[in-house]
Design a protein around this ligand. Structure first.
Ligand code: NDP
Length: 525
């Protein structure tokens, strides 16, 4: 990697560069030099194997499949096609590691391990960011920020390694009885993650696994596994014991479903679509696994007429366009108070037109491609449906051609005059598509905001404190942002309700969910 300039830092979770914005709006703050040259990461090339018990091994079937760069459709690697037999082997390795010397590691040893991983992460930051960009398309500004966010997340989990405690409780039992409560690591955790940010997404599993002394088997998405595999090499270098982290690449219907159903797995942590989430709930019933599910969303983002539109327009826009709309919590139902709707949509159109769409390795690119041809078809299908349903296409709506024709690029798209009943307002599109829905009153907008099967996130833009409070309380979701959108801090956490899933990610609650409680009553008489 030859970098002529200094890379700027834009937090993965879209912490605002400017108040309320999820996006580096001031191009002067972007220090990425136009002369930045990206060499093909050395990691690309050979067929990537499965990581089982500390060994890189081929799939039992011997099969592998291609993985593509969504910016130009080229094959950038081959991944072993793991299946049920490989999941069996990986779960056995994770169980053996869980019951082996790893179980006797002291909290400070696990903490030191996490800190070593953090050091190596930062030493390999640029390589990992480039790999993630090539693998799933997000602009380098975002994948570089991902690395910074991971570092913050690792430090959070490093501070939680003492969570497995034994405490004595006061009680009202007769006689001399001592009551102890032990919290011990839960066991083997299965992690199934999507393609929209695997480098960071895996840390919602790795962090609590390593903090508590659990072990894990990860099944990354077939469309984006490379950064996870490279990071596993780095983790081994940091001293993660064999079998503590295992990776089985492959298809969801093969490796994923086998992991979800496996009787040797104690918990599944899943991020992905609601439809697959439902299958995982069913598959987990066999051994009554614990589940943590972060599923789809159709989050309401509500702009009141008194909002500072200089902040609300870019903030709400990037609350959808970040990562080309491929974020579970995107504020895709953009409710705008009717008396500013016209001005807001005009400003939104202007803002969208100023965004640069292109290969994420190029400097100053704001939006990269969608992940795959399948996702492109899905998004373009919804654009067509929106027009057919009678929404007004106010901006974008087209696939990009010319030098971008081989990739999966879509213009930032804005529909106005959308009704909350339309398919584009009800279904998760997972692309850069905003549906602007007008409203008049707080009661009306809250009713529409909550009229959705999802409950992941929401936003409100207003200068009025009581409106902000009332609306943030009234939106039924796991997270609400006020005068900003998309911040997630690992010490605070993130989660959903309704069809967006359950189980909190981040904070000490997340760590607790990787622990098992046991009460011991000792009769001292
Ligand atoms: P999925 O939910 O199908 O995929 C997420 C992960 O689950 C992947 O690793 C996938 O493997 C795996 N998987 C798929 N089927 C099963 C199964 N039966 N059992 C266990 N694991 C399984 O999402 P898609 O990638 O298919 O995307 C489809 C839509 O889902 C998107 O358009 C978007 O709307 C939504 N989505 C939402 C995400 C979110 O963060 N909320 C993330 C990703 C998608 P594989 O990659 O092989 O399919």
């Amino acid at each position: 990697m030859a970098t002529a300039g200094t890379a700027s830092i834009d937090l993965f979770v879209d912490r605002p560069r400017q108040p309320g914005s999820a996006f580096p709006l001031n191009r002067k703050t972007m220090q990425t030099s136009a002369a930045t040259v990206h060499e093909r990461p050395a990691f690309l090339g050979s067929t990537k194997q499965l990581l089982i018990g500390g060994q890189w091994v081929p799939a039992a079937s011997g099969e592998a499949f291609d993985t593509f760069n969504p910016a130009d459709g080229t094959v950038i690697g081959r991944l072993a096609r793991g299946g049920p037999v490989d999941i069996d082997r990986a779960v056995a390795a994770a169980r053996a590691a869980f019951e082996g010397p790893w179980s006797r590691w002291k909290p400070i040893e696990r903490q030191r391990l996490l800190l070593r991983i953090n050091d190596l992460l930062l030493a390999h930051a640029e390589e990992l960011a480039v790999l993630e960009t090539m693998d799933m398309g997000a602009p380098l500004s975002r994948t570089r920020s991902t690395v910074q966010w991971i570092s913050q997340t690792i430090l959070h989990f490093a501070s939680c390694t003492g969570a497995a405690t034994t405490t004595t409780s006061s009680h009202s039992l007769p006689g001399e009885v001592m009551a102890l409560t032990h919290k011990t690591p839960l066991g083997v955790v299965g992690g199934i993650i999507p393609w929209n940010g695997p480098l960071g997404g895996q840390w919602w599993i790795l962090g609590p696994t390593l903090a508590t002394g659990c072990t894990c088997v990860l099944k990354p998405a077939e469309d984006a596994s490379l950064s996870v595999l490279r990071f596993a090499e780095i983790m081994a270098q940091a001293g993660v014991p064999d079998g503590v982290m295992n990776i089985v690449t492959g298809y969801g219907s093969e490796a994923g479903s086998a992991l979800a159903a496996h009787p040797g797995v104690d918990k599944i942590s899943f991020t992905g679509s609601t439809e697959t989430g439902r299958k995982i709930v069913a598959a987990s019933a066999g051994n009554l696994k614990r589940l943590q599910l972060e599923l789809g969303g159709k989050s309401p983002d509500i702009v009141f007429a008194d909002a500072d539109l200089d902040i609300a327009v870019p903030g709400a826009a990037m609350g959808v366009f970040s990562n080309s709309g491929q974020i579970c919590y995107s504020g895709t139902r953009l409710f705008v108070q009717r008396r500013v709707q016209e001005e807001f949509v005009e400003r939104l159109r202007h803002f969208s037109a100023g965004l640069k769409v292109g290969n994420g390795l190029q400097p100053d690119v704001d939006l990269g491609p969608l992940i795959s041809a399948r996702q492109l078809d899905r998004v373009m299908g919804y654009v067509k449906i929106g027009s057919e349903e009678g929404a007004v296409l106010a901006a974008g709506g087209a696939r990009l051609g010319n030098e971008l024709a081989n990739g999966y690029f879509v213009e930032p798209t804005v529909f106005s005059d959308v009704a909350n009943t339309m398919a584009i307002a009800r279904e998760e599109i997972f692309g850069p598509v905003i549906s602007v829905i007008p409203f008049d009153t707080v009661d009306e907008v809250l009713k529409m905001a909550n009229d959705s099967e999802f409950g992941l996130a929401g936003g409100v833009w207003t200068r009025d404190l009581s409106t902000a409070h009332r609306v943030s309380q009234g939106i039924r979701s796991g997270t609400v942002w006020v005068n900003c959108y998309g911040m997630v801090d690992p010490t605070v956490g993130f989660g959903g309700c309704k069809a967006s899933g359950y189980g909190w990610k981040g904070s000490t609650e997340h760590v607790e969910s990787f622990l098992q409680r046991k009460a011991v009553y000792i009769n001292l008489n």
